[in-house]
Design a protein. Sequence first.
Length: 110
Amino acid sequence: HLKAELQRLRKRGALRPGLDPARSCARCLSALGRILNRGSPCPACRKKVCRDCRLLEPGAAEGSEQWLCVVCHKQMELKATSGQWMQDLCRRSSRRRKLNGPPVADLLGR
């Protein structure tokens, strides 16, 4: 269900010919204003989105700047429910170990 919803959100935001990406919301394609509702880049994907396409991050206080666009928020939800966040964390951790050399335990054992 979450994957289908994520696909729907992505399709809805697919750029159509004739639309200026700098003047349109990357998610709902509504026109962005020059003074009001100019749009802001999503902290995760850096795409410019309108106010209606922003969702507060879980645990963020109302009025705070901790938000994500609807697509990034849905991706975060999907990773949380599927457990993929844990796989990503393990992958990042193993990459870091490869970059930083052998584990400390190996060095101490020698």
